[in-house]
Structures are given as structure tokens and as C-alpha cells.
Write a protein that binds this ligand. Structure first.
Ligand code: ADP
Length: 416
């Protein structure tokens, strides 16, 4: 009869363990998870309480992560993050020896760490401590505390070992998720700070800059000889600065969705001509020749005109900027099925294969910021990419490598 009761209770505990394992696999919130593990540990070992101690991966110190008592909240609070020495505590011995430790009477055991009881006011009588492992690494200890009746049994030990192995994985997953969450929050915060900073800086710079521009052009007209040259130098620098501020302000274009586009049906050649007229004078001033081939007027696309011209202008400006010697820049179109590709091809400094994707990232520049020869903010291509994607188009680059020139493609769906 006693044997039957024994089997029944074992079966009940085993089916409880199966239930517990299902819950553990699906819980990613750390707090409820810890509570659940401790409740289950006390229940399957018929003990009053349970506690979880974890190893700090950085400092390799052991500390109480959670302690479960129904009656004394202050005990839980007192023990939270309470450090426990590796030498001179039961949990420490479990970690160091990497095996279960069964103590039916802590009063006669020198390993018991009395300071925890003294601090919390809780009276520990017996402990069953099991290592929690991930592969061979001990990440902490699961303890059942104060057996309700009699001594710990081999079943208590076996069941708690099963629970501890699943608890280890569940706790590790939940801690990873919580670390990922805080890293994500931090990144969002940084991103917001960056955007706030840029919008404040660009706004604050604009006003003094327009004063400088105004005075410099006035001086350039009025002054004679050398003074006029100096005024011109000031004016040119101020114009460059205005371009940088313009780029910063254009950051908002990075976030455009399809809904924000002001689409209209336009002839592709008109878009290409507008973009070319934006850069022609700079290109010629640098000794470049633009070799163009525009499509017939009836090749039309439905796009946000201003934004597409901005994207094309960015590509053309880059071709000029990254071609240090006078050369030919090609600007042409190709039809591929339902798509039209607009292509900017230069003979400039080229791009290494491993950089061809990264250059479209916000603020990414191949050259180191400290040793840069070419100006810019690293935004032109990411803006062009955002424009292409918002139109369900694509953008990509090819290059045979350093000093072999680059070709940029931007494609849009053509109208029937
Ligand atoms: P910026 O030109 O302001 O640096 P972009 O986003 O337009 O920013 O370009 C990002 C980077 O991609 C540039 O800094 C440069 O390293 C590389 N790049 C872009 N266009 C070219 C090109 N035509 N030839 C060589 N490198 C280029």
C-alpha cells in the first residue's frame, strides 16, 4: 500500500515537471520565471522554500537572485543581490564541486553561511543544493530550503536536478532577452540624441550662416583687389557649409514611407536633365565632361519629382567629388523589362568590393573621418536609397576596385 502511494506521488511529481518544463520554455520575462522556478522547486521537493543563486559572469561572484517565502517579503528584499562567498557557503560548495549537496541539518554543518540568515532573519534548517549548468559551465545554484517532514530523499534530488537543468536554460534565455532589450533601449536613446542634436545644430547654424553669406557676397562685390579675393574665399567656404547643413536637414528624407511621396507622372528625361543641371557647373569647374544619354520623352515614371532629382543629384555629385582628375562621367538609362535603370558611371577612386553595400548606410564613409580628403557627411547615398525604396525601386553600386571607377544604378518601375 505504502509502495502504491509512493508511485502515485512520483507520477504526480513527474507530470508536474513536464508541465513546468512547458512553462519554462515559453517564459522570457525574468521575474515571473524566477518565481515560477522557486514555486516548482519547493513543491516537488515538499519543502517550505526555495532560492536561486547566480554567478556574475564578469566578477565570478555568487549572489542571491531570488528567495521565495510566502510569509516574509522583507526576507526576499534583504536577500536580493546578497553576495555569498564561494568558500564558506553551501551554494559556493555546489558551484566549486559542481555537484548536488544534501544537508539535512545545517546547524551542524560548517559550510552553512550564517550571515544570510542573520541578515534576513530567516531560519534555515536544511538545504538541498543543485548546480544549474549550461553545457559544463555552472551558472548558479537552485536550492530547496527546509524540508517539511523528515530528510531529503533521492527523489527530491533527482527531480530537483531535472528542474535545475531546465531552469538554467530558461534563466539564461531570459537574461539574454533582458540584456538585448536594454541594449536596444540604449541604442534608441542614442539615436534620438543624435537626431535631436543634428536638428538643433543645423537650425542654430543656419541663422549666423546666412549673415556670413550676405556680408561676404556684399564685400566681394564692393571690395577691390586682394580684399575681394578674401571675401570670395569666405563666400566659398560658407557655401560649402550651407551644403552640409542642407544635408543634415535632409536627414528626414531617410525616414520617408510610400505614403509621404508626392507622386506625379513625369518624363524620365526631364528628371535626368534637372539633376544634371544641378551639378553641371561644378563638374565643368573640375574639368569633367558629362557624357549623357537620356530616354525619349514618352518613357515616363510615377515618382516624387523633387526627391528623385535629389537622389540622382547625390549620385552625380559623388561621381564628381570622387573623381580627383578631369575625366568623363557617364549618365544614361537602360530598360530592363518593366524597370528603367538610371546609371551614373565614373572613372574615379572606385570602391572596394567589401564596401559596396555598406556605403548606403547612414553616415558611412569609406575614408577615415580623421584623414579625409573629400568633404561630406556620409548621407547622400542613404538618402538616395531611402528614395529608391519608397518608390519600390532599388539602388546598388558596382566597381572593379580601388582606382577603377564606380557605377551607381537606381531603378524604378516604368509606366506602361
Ligand atoms: P558622402 O559623399 O557625403 O561621404 P555618401 O553617402 O554620398 O556620403 O557616400 C558614402 C561614401 O561612399 C563616401 O564617403 C565614399 O566613401 C563612397 N562613395 C560614394 N560615391 C562614390 C563614388 N562615386 N566613388 C567612390 N566612392 C564613393
Amino acid at each position: 500500500m505504502a509502495e502504491q502511494v509512493d508511485i502515485k506521488s512520483r507520477l504526480e511529481k513527474l507530470s508536474r515537471l513536464v508541465e513546468v518544463s512547458l512553462v519554462l520554455n515559453s517564459t522570457l520575462e525574468l521575474e515571473p520565471l524566477l518565481r515560477y522556478i522557486m514555486d516548482a522547486a519547493a513543491e516537488i521537493t515538499t519543502s517550505r522554500n526555495a532560492s536561486i543563486l547566480l554567478m556574475d559572469a564578469k566578477t565570478q561572484e555568487l549572489y542571491f537572485m531570488a528567495f521565495d517565502t510566502d510569509d516574509a517579503l522583507e526576507v526576499q528584499l534583504q536577500l536580493r543581490r546578497f553576495p555569498v562567498p564561494l568558500h564558506g557557503s553551501v551554494a559556493g560548495a555546489v558551484v566549486l564541486e559542481n555537484r548536488p549537496i544534501v544537508i539535512n541539518d545545517v546547524s551542524s554543518d560548517p559550510r552553512h553561511y550564517r550571515k544570510a540568515d542573520d541578515t534576513s532573519g530567516y531560519q534555515t534548517n536544511s538545504i538541498l543544493g543543485i548546480p544549474m549548468r549550461i553545457k559544463d559551465r555552472v551558472i548558479g545554484v537552485l536550492e530547496a530550503v527546509n524540508k517539511i517532514e523528515g530528510n531529503w530523499t533521492p527523489d527530491d534530488e533527482n527531480f530537483l536536478e531535472i528542474l535545475a537543468s531546465q531552469a538554467a536554460v530558461a534563466i539564461e534565455n531570459a537574461s539574454l532577452v533582458s540584456r538585448l532589450r536594454s541594449a536596444y533601449q540604449e541604442l534608441r536613446q542614442l539615436d534620438k540624441m543624435k537626431n535631436d542634436f543634428i536638428s538643433i545644430a543645423s537650425h542654430e547654424l543656419r541663422t549666423p550662416l546666412s549673415v556670413i553669406l550676405g556680408y561676404a557676397s556684399f564685400l566681394k562685390e564692393e571690395a577691390q583687389g586682394e580684399a575681394s579675393e578674401h571675401a570670395e574665399a569666405v563666400l566659398n567656404s560658407a557655401i560649402k557649409m550651407r551644403q552640409i547643413i542642407e544635408d543634415m536637414t535632409n536627414l528626414r528624407h531617410l525616414k520617408i514611407g510610400e505614403g509621404e511621396l508626392e507622386q506625379e507622372v513625369v518624363s524620365t528625361s526631364v528628371l535626368m536633365k534637372l539633376a544634371m543641371s544641378d551639378v553641371l557647373s561644378t563638374a565643368e569647374a573640375n574639368g569633367h565632361h558629362i557624357d549623357f544619354n537620356f530616354p525619349p520623352d514618352d518613357v515616363r515614371i510615377s515618382v516624387d519629382k523633387l526627391r528623385v532629382v535629389m537622389a540622382l543629384t547625390n549620385l552625380l555629385n559623388n561621381a564628381v567629388k570622387f573623381s580627383p582628375h578631369p575625366s568623363t562621367i557617364k549618365f544614361y538609362y537602360e530598360e530592363h523589362g518593366q524597370d528603367i535603370w538610371l546609371v551614373v558611371e565614373d572613372q574615379g577612386i572606385g570602391i572596394a568590393r567589401e564596401q559596396l553595400e555598406r556605403i548606403f548606410e547612414e553616415f558611412y564613409q569609406v575614408e577615415d573621418h580623421m584623414t579625409r580628403r573629400y568633404g561630406g557627411m556620409g548621407l547622400g547615398l542613404s538618402i538616395a536609397k531611402a528614395v529608391a525604396l519608397a518608390h519600390k525601386g532599388r539602388i546598388w553600386a558596382t566597381s572593379r576596385g580601388t582606382d577603377q571607377g564606380s557605377t551607381f544604378y537606381i531603378s524604378f518601375p516604368m509606366l506602361e
